[in-house]
Design a protein around this ligand. Structure first.
Ligand SMILES: [Zn+2]
Ligand SMILES: [Zn+2]
Length: 319
């Protein structure tokens, strides 16, 4: 993996523990970081993170990722309306299913709308390249194998479903945990009456909303619950954004390769191309090595070494 962030590092507790175990760092070296992750998370902004991966996303890629994240934002608003009401926990669990299912359905519709568009752009790019190399041949886009497109569509749809179902699972847990906490309190109500929480300016919106329906929770309990709840949305946002980026970049790359392979068959000649990186400071050493070892035969094109690789085939020519 080669993802660099200039200023902030976002890590959750589990990743952090794994980092401590796998490096020579002592836990105390990372105390500062741990404190940072322990503070309540702010509400996700539901906007694409343009700093993930190598190179810059195109306007169309951003539009796709924005559209997916917009659905997640709508789901967030709907679920909040269910969560922060004084309903019975089992009713809340029941009523979050419908909006989650619409998120999955609408997200999958977006996949069907956007991914074939970028696939077709890739096919056009590939055919234009072929026409420059050999004008005498005709390249019929209908002869390009769409197996990879089908796979990417399926992968994107399964990702959306997984994100929706994971989120539903985490929210269900949140509803139930809160109900259990509440139940415990009722049985020991005398002891808890001393530490009732009072809203302050440091409270997040989630804490205020939760306090309205659960006035007996302490400030720490409110903060913990909200931090986890908002964290579940943060995780869903990150996964949605990354899935969208992956599908987009992959569809474009695979379509160009598919068109070039049609060229090899049509011209009956071997085509080679250079591996060209995005050329910014997020490009990793693996990709630089691949670039240095160019060219490669188009029909034996190397696998991209990691998620977020925006390297492309350039200078396509006959061997
Ligand atoms: Zn790389
Ligand atoms: Zn790369």
């Amino acid at each position: 993996m080669c993802q660099h962030r200039d200023d902030t590092i976002r890590v959750d507790e589990k990743i952090l523990d794994a980092l401590i175990i796998s490096s020579n760092l002592k836990p105390e070296d990372l105390t500062g970081l741990k404190q940072k992750t322990a503070t309540p998370l702010s509400v996700p902004d539901f906007k694409p993170d343009t700093m993930i991966g190598e190179g810059e996303p195109t306007k169309d890629e951003i539009e796709y990722r924005e559209a997916l994240l917009d659905l997640l934002r709508k789901l967030y608003d709907k679920i909040n309306k269910i969560i922060f009401t004084d309903k019975d926990p089992s009713k809340k669990v029941d009523s979050i299913d419908k909006p989650v299912q619409s998120f999955i359905k609408d997200g999958q519709k977006l996949v069907d709308k956007h991914i074939p568009q970028i696939w077709n752009d890739g096919i056009d790019d590939g055919i234009r390249t072929l026409e420059k190399i050999d004008k005498d041949n005709e390249y019929d886009p209908d002869k390009i194998d769409t197996f990879k497109l089908e796979l990417i569509l399926l992968q994107q749809k399964l990702n959306i479903r997984k994100i929706g179902l994971n989120l539903r699972g985490r929210i269900e847990q949140h509803i139930l945990i809160k109900a259990i906490q509440q139940h415990k309190k009722q049985s020991t109500s005398e002891q808890k009456s001393i530490i009732k929480a009072n809203p302050t300016s440091n409270w997040t919106e989630c804490m205020r909303e939760l306090h309205k329906i659960e006035p007996d929770l302490t400030e720490d309990e409110l903060r913990d619950w909200c931090s986890d709840y908002v964290g579940a949305w943060g995780e869903a946002q990150g996964n949605t954004d990354k899935a969208g980026m992956f599908g987009w970049v992959e569809a474009h790359k695979e379509a160009i390769l598919g068109a070039l392979i049609l060229g090899i068959i049509t011209m009956d000649r071997t085509l080679v191309a250079d591996w060209v990186t995005a050329g910014d400071d997020r490009v990793c050493s693996d990709c630089l090595k691949l670039e240095a070892n160019s060219p490669y035969n188009v029909d034996e094109w190397p696998e991209e070494p990691h998620f977020g690789c925006r390297c492309e085939q350039e200078n396509v020519r006959t061997k």
